[in-house]
Design a protein around this ligand. Structure first.
Ligand code: LLP
Length: 419
């Protein structure tokens, strides 16, 4: 459930009319809803009850400082994958002790800043990273808290580009090698082995792959215990899908319950903390991208609505052939209903936001692309020298500009002419 609804034929973000926001702050713009973000975060947190747990929001989904700050105020943890995301979380008031650091290619400088910050845990994805973290922690005279991201070789049954838990994927330590790496880690002077981690993919719409992965991780935990390695936490990653069209993913509560039921059938101690890293399921349906129709173009074969947002603003349709719902900001229109390809101004045939959408359109109309709160702005670029869109956070009847639209001068800031 989200807070983008029609009232008298007009789309509202919570209590703010989208048309008024667009008139004031321009298009294209991302509009996020605070109430939706908070609701979705609690939907993951609440079902754990008094069981030790931490929801570590995956920053890559939407890293706007206002979004991170809203979640930090709820007591959220954060899953980061770069020094940039670390600095964002700190700037937004996130607690360093609730930060886990994932990612396959952590550079030394990134590891050092995380060690100096005193983050909660590194999720190690490759053997060499363990040696590097041990050496860097030694230089600083600290012990690095680590877990291994284990690749359980489970098919997440999602788009191949966002499936990460198969042995042919670059992510994590192969499950067969994990025991060896844990043994190596346990013997290292500057390493504190505290957990185990897995993340098998994104936009999963069924609990089965999550439970299969959990089963394999639990088997490993038993083996580790036999070797004298006791873990403080189990991080089960993110990946719960959302409804873009007609998908029927489990609700967060259902998903958490399935995980807890599986854990209860195991020999795992009740005080082992459970971490989750949801991104999309918290932010996805908490945001829309608003765009204006510039021109309508009808050819013998097709009707094109050329809008002012493009693949540089929202790349998911072009990159994954992802389908996102496109709705009018004002639902009453006297224009004829037609089938439209909603395309942007970028010079690529792959620049589309939606195809074959039944809409009544006139130039100047505003459209909202739903489910754009995750992997929308964070994947946007300046391709075709297009400034990145403004970001707006709605909170009841208040509307805050939380990132200004980029200016043209910002496009080449840092570039130099030759002397
Ligand atoms: N943890 C790790 C280690 C991850 O790699 C990811 C996402 C997450 C958590 C959060 O997953 P979520 O709960 O959001 O599914 N750009 C793609 C999605 C890429 C996901 C990458 N990893 C898209 O737009 O569909």
């Amino acid at each position: 459930m989200d807070f983008f609804n029609y009232k008298n034929g007009e789309l509202f973000a919570e209590d703010c009319p989208v048309r008024e926001i667009a008139a004031k702050l321009g298009t294209p713009c991302y509009i996020y809803s605070r109430a939706t973000l908070e609701r979705h975060w609690h939907a993951f947190d609440r079902p754990f009850g008094d069981r030790p747990h931490l929801i570590c929001y995956a920053v890559k989904a939407n890293s706007n400082l206002a979004v991170l700050n809203i979640l930090a105020r709820l007591g959220s943890g954060f899953d980061i994958v770069s020094a940039g995301e670390l600095e964002r979380v700190l700037a937004a008031g996130g607690d360093p002790k609730k930060i886990v650091f994932s990612g396959v290619g952590k550079r030394s400088d990134e590891i050092l800043s995380a060690l100096k910050t005193g983050i909660r845990c590194f999720n190690i994805e490759v053997g060499g990273e363990l040696d590097r973290i041990n050496a860097l922690a030694g230089q600083l005279g600290v012990k690095a808290p680590v877990s291994f991201r284990v690749n359980p070789d489970v098919d997440a049954k999602t788009h191949p580009y966002i499936s990460t838990g198969l042995k042919e994927n670059k992510f994590g330590i192969a499950i067969e090698q994990a025991l060896l790496e844990y043994q190596r880690a346990a013997a290292m002077p500057n390493i504190d082995v505290i957990g185990i981690d897995c993340h098998i993919g994104s936009q999963l719409t069924d609990t089965t792959p999550f439970l299969d992965a959990l089963g394999r991780i639990l088997d490993l935990v038993v083996e580790l215990k036999k070797m004298g390695i006791a873990l403080h936490h189990l991080d089960l990653g993110g990946g719960l899908g959302i409804r873009y069209r007609d998908e029927q993913p489990p609700e967060p509560a259902e998903y958490v319950k399935a995980l807890l039921d599986r854990l209860d059938q195991s020999t795992l101690d009740h005080d082992v903390e459970i971490l989750l890293e949801p991104g999309r399921a918290i932010a996805g349906n908490a945001g829309i991208l608003v765009t204006q129709v510039e021109y309508l173009k009808t050819t013998a074969d097709k009707n094109f609505a050329i809008v002012d947002a493009a693949m540089n603003d929202l790349i998911r349709p072009s990159l994954y052939s992802a389908w996102q719902e496109i709705i009018p900001v004002q639902s009453q229109s006297s224009a004829d209903e037609n089938h439209w390809d909603i395309v942007g101004p970028v010079c690529e045939t792959g620049d589309f936001l939606g195809k074959d959408r039944k809409l009544r359109l006139s130039p100047g109309d505003l459209l909202a692309i739903r489910s754009s709160g995750a992997y929308g702005f964070t994947m946007s670029s300046n391709y075709n020298s297009r400034p990145r869109a403004a970001e707006i956070m709605v909170d009841g009847s208040d509307c805050h500009l939380v990132r200004e639209r980029e200016t043209l001068a910002q496009l080449w800031a840092g570039e130099q002419l030759l002397p």
